[in-house]
Design a protein around this ligand. Structure first.
Ligand code: MRU
Length: 368
């Protein structure tokens, strides 16, 4: 396996790049997020199967970061294709795209980024294979640069929704570790920090893979944020105490009607927020909005291995051997529970079927 692990202790986690391309080594560089917060291990991945596995195992995770990693992965695959003609190059590129796309089903950013890469190749098929490969490299780098821009914009719009000192509850990790920089749900917090603001953030631990406790709490503390980890079943109490002014969560796929799919447990948080009269916001780039999907019920939900629930974090397995386990990785928040969907082109509000179309109109105008 083309993998190099470097243990680094000195740097603050906010100073690392979540996903990068090493152009000297021709490798995808990621932080192994399965080891955080205990150890910062940097993986240099060159082989397709290792990149596929890194996405499947959540060594790189979070919808935008998965998209960027896959784009770099497809460029690296394209580099290795031994072909002189478009006819021999294209089927191999498609195969690599389909392979990487099979690593996780729910976050639409994966297929969005991969299809965008293949379209660049298709649009330039009359060029030499060397030129096409270079265009793929540039496109993957552009996808990453746009991700940084989108997250910053989301941070700007998100900041208009909260006051300095506000209490925010978040679920899973939709922070810098889930994107190229800033994050989505945590972008307003990080951007606010740059401006000398502070917030009280409650991180749901987020069973079963603990992205809230391991990742959100880690990056927020590194950024000097007042951070409190709570077990998922404590959110109601924290809201009842009056400590939460707004809920900010990320998303993996938003349907055209505003139904938002995010980490398992998010829909429960939205229901609680409604009960306590707390605004519930979904923050995500347009690359996570799938206008081809009419409603949340049509989104494919990833099912994950039972060991994640029964064994992974315990010295001894904690449930009887042979017990049935249900382990969906995501759930869908009904659009009626959502106060707004914060994108890089503004905040969509109900009725989402219209407001999301308006967001895409703004995007099209901006790209003219
Ligand atoms: O399974 P994960 O850790 O990839 O799930 C991540 C989430 O659910 C995030 O909230 C979502 O991808 C948004 S990341 C900006």
């Amino acid at each position: 396996m083309e993998e190099m692990i470097v243990a680094e202790q000195e740097k603050n986690i906010m100073q690392y790049e979540t996903v990068a391309l090493d152009e000297q080594e021709n490798a995808l560089v990621i932080i192994d997020q399965t080891k955080l917060p205990g150890e910062v291990s940097i993986l240099h991945l060159k082989e397709q199967k290792d990149i596929w596995q890194a996405i499947y195992l959540l060594q790189v995770r979070g919808a935008p970061a998965i998209g960027v990693a896959a784009a770099f992965g497809l460029y690296l695959a394209a580099r290795e294709i031994q072909a002189d003609t478009w006819e021999s190059f294209y089927p191999v590129l498609q195969k690599a795209r389909d392979y990487l796309n099979s690593s996780r089903p729910t976050a639409v950013n994966l297929s969005w980024a991969l299809n965008r890469m293949v379209k660049v190749a298709e649009a330039n098929q009359e060029k030499s294979i060397a030129a096409i490969k270079d265009l793929l490299r540039k496109e993957a780098l552009a996808i990453k640069a746009e991700d940084v821009w989108m997250c910053r914009q989301i941070g700007e719009y998100g900041l208009t929704l909260i006051q300095d000192g506000a209490g925010i509850l978040t679920h899973c990790n939709a922070g810098q570790l889930a994107t190229s920089k800033y994050g989505t749900a945590l972008a307003p917090i990080h951007l606010g920090r740059e401006r000398g603001m502070n917030f009280r953030v409650f991180c749901d631990e987020t069973r079963p893979l603990l992205q809230g406790a391991r990742l959100s709490a880690f990056e927020l503390m590194a950024d000097g944020v007042d951070t409190t980890v709570i077990c998922d079943n404590m959110a109601s109490q924290v809201m009842k105490n009056g400590w939460v002014d707004a809920v900010f969560v990320g998303c993996d796929r938003v349907a055209a009607n505003g139904d938002a799919c995010n980490k398992i447990g998010t829909s429960g948080v939205a229901i609680l927020a409604k009960y306590y009269g707390i605004p519930f916001y979904v923050l995500g780039p347009t690359s996570t909005i799938d206008m081809n999907i009419e409603k949340g019920a049509d989104i494919v939900i990833e099912q994950r291995p039972s060991e994640e629930v029964t064994e992974m974090w315990y010295q001894q397995r904690m449930a009887p051997s042979g017990v049935k386990v249900y382990n969906p990785a995501f759930d869908v928040v009904d659009h009626e529970l959502i106060a707004g969907i914060v994108t890089e082109y503004g905040i969509a509000r109900a009725p989402f079927t219209q407001s999301l179309q308006e967001i895409f109109r703004k995007k099209a105008q901006n790209n003219q």
